[in-house]
Write a protein that binds this ligand. Structure first.
Ligand code: IMP
Length: 211
């Protein structure tokens, strides 16, 4: 199988930057949904990260007839029974867990404020990020990898880097939040970094790299 282009099924600039960085030594051209002229919408309405990632990978790959990598990721907080989980992107809008959080400056900020409100008097701060990555080539193959990053929720946002819940997540063994790490360091330890590296290791064996 020869693959020289992969479409990353995302419009999230933070995620795309992380993917480009992870694939930088492979010679593969990385495209995103923003590079596609014709747009289709794939709704992430499944109940697990894996099902959402498979849905996105297969629907985009069939529509654009390109190899696709789709990822679904989120934050699981032990004291909240694993929430926000697959609902991480829109947790702010949940009626449950004490009602909707108004969006003032950004959705990321509203999600963070909701989590901090729920965790205000909570002693158990344990949490983990989960990433499920699916690579799909129409009529050829599908591969699934998974990565975790364990850590804890801090009591106020710190740091300017990354995206999403990074300013309130302190990885195990670190005295900084994910938002205070360099992009290289985040990629080295992150859920997505681990899942994508596993995928790259498999692809190296089954694809002929361009260079
Ligand atoms: P999705 O995989 O694009 O649906 O992402 C779900 C949500 O999980 C994002 O909007 C973020 O809020 C959160 N998330 C996923 N990965 C990360 C990460 O690496 N750092 C911080 N938040 C993340």
């Amino acid at each position: 199988m020869k693959v020289d282009k992969i479409l990353i099924a995302t419009t999230n600039k933070g995620k795309l930057k992380e993917f480009k960085h992870l694939f930088k030594d492979t010679g593969i051209t990385i495209l995103s949904l923003d590079d596609m002229n014709e747009k289709i919408e794939v709704v992430e309405d499944r109940e697990t990260f894996l099902e959402n990632a498979i849905k996105k990978a297969t629907e985009y790959a069939k529509f654009y007839n390109l190899p696709v990598i789709a990822e679904d990721a989120g934050l699981e907080i032990e004291a909240l029974g694993g929430f926000p989980g697959v609902y991480s992107a829109r947790f702010f809008s949940f009626k449950e867990f004490g009602g909707e959080e108004p969006v003032q400056d950004s959705i990321d900020r509203a999600n963070i404020l909701k989590v901090l409100r729920l965790m205000a008097n909570e002693k158990n701060r344990k949490a983990r990020f989960v990433s499920n990555v699916v690579f799909y080539v129409p009529e050829e193959t599908g591969i699934w990898t998974e990565g975790y990053l364990y850590g804890e929720i801090v009591d106020k946002p710190v740091g300017e880097g990354g995206f999403g819940y990074d300013p309130i997540f302190k990885p195990e063994g670190y005295q900084k939040t994910l938002a205070q790490l360099s992009p290289e360091e985040k990629n080295r330890i992150s859920h997505r970094g681990k899942a994508v590296k596993k995928l790259i290791n498999i692809l190296e064996k089954i694809l002929q790299w361009k260079n």
